[in-house]
Structures are given as C-alpha cells and as structure tokens.
Design a protein around this ligand. Structure first.
Ligand SMILES: Nc1ncnc2c1ncn2[C@@H]1O[C@H](COP(=O)(O)OP(=O)(O)O)[C@@H](O)[C@H]1O
Ligand SMILES: [Mg+2]
Length: 237
C-alpha cells in the first residue's frame, strides 16, 4: 500500500466536494479515477498528491499518518490537466524540479535525458517549450514529473483535449511508467481509457466512491446503479 485514505471529507465553503472517501492505492498499480465533470476527481487527486489537505479524515503515505513532510511530498508528483510550462527551453522545463531538489548537475543532465527519452522527445531539448503542441507540452510536463523519480505519479485527465494519436502516445507513456515500478493514478471521464490502461478503477460520483474494483469486474459486472448508468452512457458529462 502506498497511499491510504480513510474517511476523507473536503469542503469548499459548506459544499462537500468529497464525502467519506476510503481508498487504498497499491504499490505499482495503475489506478484510474473515472467520473463525470464535477464529480470531485481533481479535488481527490490534489489530496492524494498532498497539494491540499482534507478537512476530515486521515491520509497515510506508506503507513505514516498525516505528516506532510517535505520528504513525503516529494515522493508524489502531480501532472495537471493543463500542463504547467515555463517560457524557456524544454530542457530547462524538465530540469526545474531537479534544481528545486538540489540534484547536482551531472545527475540532473542524466535524468533529463532519460525523461526526454521516456516521453519520446529526445530531439526537443533545445526547443522553446511554449512553441510545442498541446500533446507535446503534456509530455514535457510528464517528463518533469518522471525526472524527479517519484514513487507515485498522479495525472489529472492527461489526455483531455488531445487527438487520438496523441492520446495513444500518452497512454503508452503511462504504461511505461508503471513498467518502471512507478505507481500511477490518473483521472479520466473516458471509461474506455480506463479500460485500456488501468488495472483498477474507482468511480467517483458527486463526491462519493460508488464503485471500486478490478477493471474487468467493473466493466462486466458493476455493482452500483450509478456505475451501470455511467457505463451505458446514460450519465452525461
Ligand atoms: N476551489 C473551489 N472552490 C469552490 N468549489 C470548488 C472548487 N474546486 C472544486 N469545486 C467544486 O467541487 C466539485 C468537484 O470539483 P472537481 O474536483 O474539480 O471535479 P472534477 O475534477 O471531477 O470535474 C465541483 O462541484 C466544483 O464546482
Ligand atoms: Mg477535474
């Protein structure tokens, strides 16, 4: 178990965006959070990534409770739905996280190179990142996350607004991360994407987990009525 959430609640004012979330994230798995727009996916991912703290409940990272130390925070990185790109070279964009962590230059160069190769942007190091396409910028953001060698990478709708070809590229990168032993959690409103690459699926609906289990089980035999509706396309997003 890498992360455990116990009875987590998150409020925006008096509005509960997450209601009594109980979830285990297993080491090395690819877990997908599916749900319509507004279901609470981003809110949940920010809590998993320790960017936000829950209002109620307990967060465990590898069995340790609620410490939120710098070291703990650094073992999880989040890639945002809209990639954060600095107005400089692709190389510097990826090196940034390593500088923050004080990784020395030689090691940093090696890691940037490895990360670029992982996302298939070997020849892009010198390009100005802001001039890249949406899909390429998303890959730069993923490379930045990979370069710091986290134990868990969290991606928020990594393929929203991308064309099918770029979607495939990102999905292959996610699979590659998992092959390297990184635990991956990603959100999507596309159930087919979850089916293609995830091992387990969580269905979030109106801030609650309505279904969790192995991909096959959920797609073939969902237990909740809401999930049945979501899978049949009756629930709009
Ligand atoms: N910063 C915020 N302030 C107020 N309400 C918010 C904020 N962030 C999210 N919400 C609300 O919480 C709910 C869940 O949002 P979000 O986690 O972004 O859902 P999703 O990512 O599944 O689309 C929505 O109703 C949204 O309007
Ligand atoms: Mg969202």
């Amino acid at each position: 178990m890498i992360v455990r959430l116990e009875r987590i609640w998150k409020y925006f004012g008096s509005f509960p965006a997450l209601k009594d979330i109980n979830l285990d994230i297993r080491e090395g798995e690819i877990l997908s959070i599916i749900g319509s727009s507004g279901a609470g996916k981003t809110t949940l991912l920010r809590i998993i990534s320790m960017l936000d703290m829950p209002d109620k409940g307990v967060y465990y990272l590898k069995g340790k409770e609620n410490t939120y130390s710098i070291e703990q925070r650094r073992s999880v990185t989040m890639v945002f739905q809209k990639p954060v790109i600095f107005n400089t070279s692709v190389y510097k964009n990826i090196e940034f996280g390593l500088k923050v962590r004080g990784v020395e230059n030689g090691e940093a160069r090696k890691r940037v190179k490895e990360a670029l190769s992982m996302v298939g942007l070997e020849d892009y190091a010198k390009r100005r990142a802001k001039t890249l396409s949406g899909g390429e910028q998303q890959r730069v953001a993923i490379a930045r996350a990979v370069a710091v060698k986290p134990e868990l990478i969290v991606l928020d709708e990594p393929t929203a607004n991308l064309d099918p070809q770029n979607i495939k590229v990102i999905e292959d990168i996610i699979k590659k991360m998992a092959e390297q032993g990184i635990t991956v959690v990603f959100s999507t409103h596309n159930m087919f994407q979850a089916k293609r690459i995830a091992e387990r699926v969580v269905h979030l609906h109106e801030g609650k987990i309505v279904e969790v289990g192995n991909v096959k089980k959920i797609f073939e035999n969902p237990s909740s009525e809401v999930t049945k509706k979501f899978l049949s396309g009756e629930l709009f997003y």
